[in-house]
Design a binder for this molecule. Structure first.
Ligand SMILES: [Zn+2]
Length: 229
């Protein structure tokens, strides 16, 4: 098997999702050099970090954090593009696990009982073949040693791509797209909502709103990247 892999990699080298260089045999998705230079925010280390202001006056949240800061043309943009549009779902798991390992070292994150990924509409999920947030949840789950649930939050309305809309229009667009299923599973628990990127926070806010309809629930947020910094 190893021989076949080696021969194949001569013709189809596996490439780093960040820098594009060929990966070494012991590297997965992102090369070691890029892993060492990820633009990490370290926001999980402080409760009152700049990112939590995204939800100020909008929804109550426990903790808010993102692994990396997203800037146009930095490696993070390339990584997320590979994760979402090139079928490289394993990136989500790898970075999720790496992030989860950091979160669990912080006391404030240790009361989290479940990880809940932001769902895609079934139609969109079929088209893409996977939900990238679910792969991030898988990684976080491994890194933090707690389960993830994909049957609590559902996306019931299909929304068009939102990239060119303003904040209010986006909010109008997303506010009724989520639905809570099996609320008894997360009653009186602390859940970590996860996604690939936090921009205006409109989608995340809508999801938190729905989750907060569950009795006694507390919600924290962790994304791989954040633009609002
Ligand atoms: Zn690299």
């Amino acid at each position: 098997m190893k021989l076949i892999e080696n021969v194949l990699s001569l013709f189809y080298p596996r490439l780093c999702a960040a820098c594009g260089d060929a990966l070494q045999q012991n590297e997965e998705c992102i090369c070691l050099n890029c892993m060492l230079h990820l633009p990490e925010t370290q926001f999980h280390k402080e409760h009152f970090n700049p990112l939590r202001h995204v939800f100020d006056g909008r929804v109550p949240v426990e903790e808010v954090t993102a692994l990396m800061s997203y800037k146009k043309a930095n490696n993070v943009q390339k990584i997320l593009h590979h994760l979402k549009y090139s079928g490289e779902k394993e990136i989500g798991k790898k970075l999720g696990e790496y992030f989860g390992g950091q979160l669990i070292t912080e006391e404030r994150y240790r009361s989290i009982q479940y990880i809940v990924p932001i769902p895609l509409h079934p139609k969109k999920r079929r088209k893409r073949g996977y939900n990238q947030s679910e792969w991030i949840a898988m990684g976080l789950s491994k890194g933090m040693g707690i389960p993830y649930l994909t049957d609590v939050l559902a996306r019931t309305h299909y929304t068009d791509t939102q990239t060119r809309k303003g904040r209010f229009a986006r909010w109008q667009n997303v506010k009724e797209v989520f639905e809570v299923q099996n609320p008894e599973k997360v009653k009186h628990t602390h859940v970590l909502l996860c996604d690939d990127v936090l921009t205006t926070g409109a989608t995340t806010e809508a999801a938190i709103h729905k989750l907060l309809t569950v009795e006694g629930i507390r919600v924290s947020v962790a994304t791989l990247a954040a633009t609002t910094l």
